[in-house]
Ligand binder design. Structure first.
Ligand code: ZN
Length: 421
């Protein structure tokens, strides 16, 4: 039997960083196939012969239901194989440190220290073992901890002959650059619902994300020599600023938190003749999201009233929706997650709204309901990334309970458990 820690250390050493500026489509970097091939190899070793990687670097595999449990829903488990390009993931040298409190020296030679004062949640892990970096790379527990937890749970389920319904396994490339779900084969995957295992602190799971739209605004100006421009010039740059001023000034990322939505101007370029702006529009509430898009269109209409039809053009496209919009009609999917976390050893699971989206929000948008479960990782995308060993182990217990027939029957089918201790 392998261990979840050994798996994480093994996976973390594989260089599979995605690339914002890489090839289009998936994977953005060919090296992501190295991780995909390793996952397929390990699934085969567990006896999951149907596992494969497709030409877009998605790995799929299926465990058929234990005979007699075919009536249970097919549950999907999903993790991503790439690491964030925000910090290098090359030559990761994971180390396991016993934490006695205080600062953690990650690298004596380079004097890289994780200070307890800067990361107060470290106090929760005194007396535990932490998987850390050597301070020169990220760890990639985001999301290789998710892969390690899923594969370890599968190995233990099979070894312990725990009955289960059909289990669908999916591992994606390019999550960190926002393309993780774009080529995911929802129909071929065949799950009734799924969970991404890609969260943070082991006590917290997530099922509320933003509703998201992206808007590209083109402002058409008219350029003429400034010396003879009177009553003729239409300066696209000035009109672009005027357009932005029609949006609520305090509803931006820098002025909002919790459940407050925003308009975010993230790109702006141009000349007198033409200007272009890119906005993202976000809100947890579907009603307020629609109102925000309407307000945006109203600003476009007002500019065209002032300067003539066609002066400002906007293309607004929805990107994903708050998965809770769909999940609120399926509380049993959340109840199963919470019950599994309790079975894993978390007495009172919490949930917090994500000010962003996940692969799960895109998958939910594509019809596959998909909340997000924790891996136990902290400080993702940087040199201070770490994950406590005990959290990884809780993660494995959680996943085993989540797909095990006992809990699924109790919560999804409403049947009293026949198992007596
Ligand atoms: Zn992640």
């Amino acid at each position: 039997m392998d261990t979840v820690v050994n798996r994480l250390v093994r996976y973390a050493k594989v260089y599979s960083e995605s690339d914002y500026y890489g090839q289009s489509g998936t994977p953005s970097a060919q090296r992501e196939f190295d991780m995909a091939r390793l996952v397929v190899e390990e699934l085969h070793a567990l006896g999951i012969d149907n596992a494969f990687v497709d030409d877009q670097c998605y790995v799929y595999g299926w465990l058929p239901a234990t005979p007699g449990y075919e009536h249970l829903p097919a549950i999907g488990l999903i993790a991503h194989m790439d690491t964030s390009p925000d910090m290098t993931g090359k030559d990761v040298k994971p180390q396991i440190l016993h934490y006695e409190g205080g600062d953690i020296v990650l690298n004596r030679e380079l004097n890289i220290v994780m200070e307890a004062g800067q990361f107060p949640e470290l106090a929760n892990y005194v007396g535990q073992d932490l998987v850390c970096t050597d301070g020169t790379t990220l760890l990639g527990a985001d999301d290789k901890a998710g892969i390690a937890i899923i594969l370890q749970a599968v190995e233990e389920l099979l070894a312990q002959q725990t009955p289960h319904g059909k289990i669908c396994l999916g591992f994606t490339p390019d999550e960190e650059i926002g393309r993780g779900a774009s080529n995911f084969d929802v129909a071929g995957f065949g799950a009734d619902f799924a969970y991404t295992v890609d969260g943070g602190e082991i006590t917290d799971y997530e099922y509320e994300t933003f509703n998201a739209a992206m808007a590209e605004v083109i402002v058409h100006g008219f350029s003429i020599h400034p010396g003879s421009a009177k009553d003729k010039m239409k300066n696209a740059l000035l009109m672009a600023m005027e357009f932005n001023a029609l949006l609520p000034a305090l509803e931006t990322p820098g002025h909002t938190e919790g459940y407050e939505g925003f308009f975010h101007l993230q790109e702006m370029e141009g000349k007198v003749e033409q200007a272009r702006m890119v906005y993202i529009i976000r809100d947890h509430s579907m009603e307020r999201f629609q109102q925000r898009k309407a307000a945006f269109e109203k600003a476009v209409a007002e500019m065209n009233r002032r300067y003539g039809t066609g002066t400002v053009e906007a293309k607004v496209e929805d990107q994903y929706y708050n998965m809770y919009e769909r999940l609120k009609d399926h509380p049993e999917i959340l109840a199963l997650a919470e019950a599994a976390m309790r079975a894993g050893g978390i007495d009172s699971p919490t949930h917090s709204p994500i000010r962003g989206g996940t692969d799960g929000s895109v998958l939910t948008f594509k019809g596959l309901l998909c909340p997000n479960l924790p891996t136990g990782g902290h400080n993702a995308h940087g040199r201070f990334e770490y994950v406590p060993v005990q959290s990884l182990e809780i993660g494995v217990k959680t996943i085993k309970a989540l797909v095990g027939a006992e809990l699924v029957e109790e919560i999804m089918i409403g049947k009293e458990s026949t198992h007596h201790v």
